[in-house]
Design a protein around this ligand. Structure first.
Ligand code: ZN
Length: 163
């Protein structure tokens, strides 16, 4: 296949992610490329942009600013009583939750601290404010199925979820 990465293709890629100090922050599991649906914000915008027009076998490095990555850090951590969370959800520092604002719009929050009945939540992704250095190798490119396009993410091995 001589396909290049374009809008609405499912792309699988191996990656390593480091901060500017060279510390490994994340990576695809050994030998198992991560799939995403191009053009649907499954991956950070700065990386997605650089993926366009690449082909299977391409290896490249991408430096992504915080703004094009997980965002700049913003103010807004808050302490919330434990009783505001569903009782059956086990809260642990580092986990993310989906909250709703007054207009009913969903937004992510991260639990940063739990102290007795006080739960501290933060609107910042743990990697907000961090410049991201990706090492990428494209493993596969294919057309998306209609179901994948409707869901906005890839299915199958390594996909977002099972149905
Ligand atoms: Zn789905």
């Amino acid at each position: 296949m001589s396909d290049v990465i374009a809008h609405e293709m499912v792309v699988s890629f191996h990656y390593k992610l480091r901060n500017n100090e060279g510390k490994l922050l994340d990576s695809s599991p050994d030998g198992v490329p991560m799939p995403y649906l191009h053009g649907h914000r499954n991956i950070v915008p700065g990386l997605e942009k650089e993926m366009t027009d690449k082909k299977v076998g391409d290896k490249f490095d991408v430096k992504v600013s915080a703004a094009e990555g997980y965002g700049e850090r913003v103010e807004g951590d808050a302490v919330v009583p434990r009783s505001n969370f569903p009782a059956d959800v086990e809260l642990v520092p580092g986990m993310s939750l989906v909250a709703e604002n007054a207009d009913g719009e969903a937004f992510p929050l991260w639990v940063t601290k739990i102290s007795g009945d006080d739960v501290t939540v933060d609107p910042n992704h743990p990697l907000a404010g961090v410049e991201l250095n990706f090492e990428v190798e494209i493993a596969a490119i294919r057309a998306a199925t209609e179901e994948e396009l409707a869901h906005g993410h890839p299915h199958g091995p390594g996909g977002a979820h099972d149905h």
